[in-house]
Design a protein around this ligand. Structure first.
Ligand code: PEP
Length: 250
């Protein structure tokens, strides 16, 4: 069955105490509506261990924001999939547009990260999305098709563990949300690519999230679309009420 997910990406926000306070607020107010609707929080690394302890009795799951392409070794400043696993991480972002733009992550690197995560049984949340210029030129479908290409190298078993997040770059942190129709059009396209490259059943079960200025006020409309299975949330994940309001719209 296709899983519905709302995942929050804190990015480089919240010092340790702020992270604990927000976690406690989430725990106090989170009421899971359905076991098939998952809430995930992806904080900076420094929060993971303490949050894992606070989440032990809770249905909220932990996600990482990044991991290294190698298993271990002399990579100063980096964190491996194995390390994420050891603190209870179940999901991890891969290919967020900020990492592609500021850290020049390319397809080969993203593929290695996905392999590292899958080897540790962590579900990658693979982000894709076009720039404004691409959309203006009508090239958005081609961009998405290209970005998805690396996923077709995975076995069917591995692919089924991957969650895809469609995040148009022009909508991230700008307040300019894609319309529900724009999101649906691309999500449907992504699902059709999965059907072609994997198979219909895998496509039908794949969770495809929307990200880009999703808020409690527009979440219900986005999530009402048949191919939108939840959201990847940036700014609105920093306020417990907003983040849970988006979850409740699932
Ligand atoms: C993101 O960074 O993944 C994101 C969707 O950010 P925002 O919700 O702030 O647009």
């Amino acid at each position: 069955m296709r899983k519905k997910i709302v995942a929050g990406n804190w990015k480089m926000n919240n010092n340790f105490q702020e992270g604990i306070d927000l976690t406690n607020e989430l725990i106090e107010n989170f009421k899971p509506t359905d076991l098939n609707k998952q809430l995930v929080v992806c904080p900076p690394f420094i929060h993971l261990n303490a949050m894992a302890e606070l989440f032990t009795e809770n249905e909220i799951r932990l996600g990482g924001q990044n991991c290294h392409t190698s298993e271990k070794g002399a990579y100063t400043g980096e964190v491996s999939a194995e390390m994420l696993k050891s603190v209870g991480v179940r999901y991890c972002l891969v290919g967020h547009s900020e990492r592609r733009a500021y850290f020049f992550e390319d397809d080969q690197e993203l593929f290695q990260k996905i392999k590292q995560l899958l080897a540790k049984d962590i579900q990658p949340i693979f982000c894709c999305g076009e720039m404004l210029e691409d959309r203006k030129e009508g090239g958005h479908f081609d961009v998405i098709e290209d970005q998805l290409e690396l996923l077709w190298k995975l076995s069917k078993t591995d692919f089924q563990k991957v969650i895809i997040a469609y995040e148009p770059v022009w909508a991230i942190g700008t307040g300019q949300t894609a319309t529900a129709e724009q999101a649906q059009e691309i999500h449907k396209f992504i699902r059709s690519r999965i059907a072609k490259k994997m198979d219909e059943a895998i496509a039908d079960n794949a969770s495809i999230l929307y990200g880009g200025s999703c808020k409690p006020t527009n979440a219900a409309e986005l999530f009402s679309k048949p191919d939108v299975d939840g959201g990847l949330i940036g700014g609105a994940a920093l306020e417990a009420n907003d983040f849970l309001g988006i979850y409740n719209a699932l």
